[in-house]
Design a protein around this ligand. Structure first.
Ligand code: ADP
Ligand code: MG
Length: 237
């Protein structure tokens, strides 16, 4: 039976190194830890997430990952997942230079998530990306069917300097920024080398070494933050 509640969440921006892959991984972990079944489609030709999952031999009933090479395949795969009915969330990790793909990704997504680091470059490119989205609203026949657009400030330092605070203000004034930020955390880098955040939290919790057990809460915090971001981006859909 089709899953009417399945959501397609596409992480995109024209910028490379903005935190797309890190955010996709964290959001997937957040959803899985809440018992949701996730399909990740890796549309980045570099296949960072796909290679990560293969290298770590991640095997989990709530997780599957596939390579995605064409917009046509995206439509077909999301349609198939919807009809099959067991997937709750499809996450799409994309390439840095959007462009040709962007319209097709938008056509079959429920939410567009745009990570932005606090740099001038990222601000400009995010403004461009938002410009593309607004232009798409103008061009399309049924703007109600377009996905929601959310910017997530990413790799935000716990203590922002003056420039970063100014960029934060400019971002909030320029496009829709969700309330929870994707903070800069060592735990996300650990996830990039060791496995999903919720696995690492469990691993530390059950560790023989007392000191490592105390680290479990750091992974829990990172996970809770990702859950809050997921809730924010799904708010309106
Ligand atoms: N929340 C975060 N905490 C710590 N480091 C981060 C975070 N987000 C991104 N990074 C750093 O930024 C780099 C680029 O992020 P990545 O997700 O690979 O970007 P993209 O997929 O957009 O090219 C990562 O390798 C990591 O070092
Ligand atoms: Mg990437």
């Amino acid at each position: 039976m089709p899953n009417e509640n399945m959501k397609v969440i596409t992480v995109m921006t024209r910028k490379g190194g903005a935190g797309k892959t890190m955010l996709t991984r964290a959001l997937t972990s957040a959803a899985m830890s809440q018992g949701k079944k996730c399909l990740v489609l890796d549309a980045d030709p570099q296949q960072a997430l796909f290679r990560w999952a293969k290298k770590l031999e991640i095997s989990d009933p709530n997780f599957s990952i596939e390579q995605l090479t064409t917009p046509e395949a995206f439509e077909a795969r999301t349609e198939e997942a919807w009809e099959e009915g067991s997937i709750d969330y499809v996450f799409v990790d994309t390439l840095g230079a959007a462009g040709a793909w962007a319209d097709d990704l938008a056509a079959f997504s429920d939410v567009l998530v745009v990570p932005m680091m606090l740099s001038n470059d990222d601000l400009e490119i995010t403004q461009d990306t938002y410009g593309w989205y607004r232009d798409l609203r103008q061009r399309t026949e049924d703007p109600e069917n377009l996905p929601a657009f959310h910017v997530v400030l990413s790799s935000v330092p716990a203590r922002m300097n003056k420039t970063e605070k100014e960029l934060e203000v400019q971002a909030v004034q320029s496009f829709p920024v969700i309330e929870n930020y994707f903070m800069e955390r060592k735990q996300h880098k650990d996830a990039a080398s060791q496995g999903f955040l919720h696995y690492l939290a469990e691993d530390r919790r059950n560790n023989e070494v007392a000191l490592l057990r105390t680290h479990a809460k750091l992974y829990d915090e990172a996970l809770e933050e990702a859950q809050a971001i997921l809730k924010d981006i799904l708010g309106g859909v």
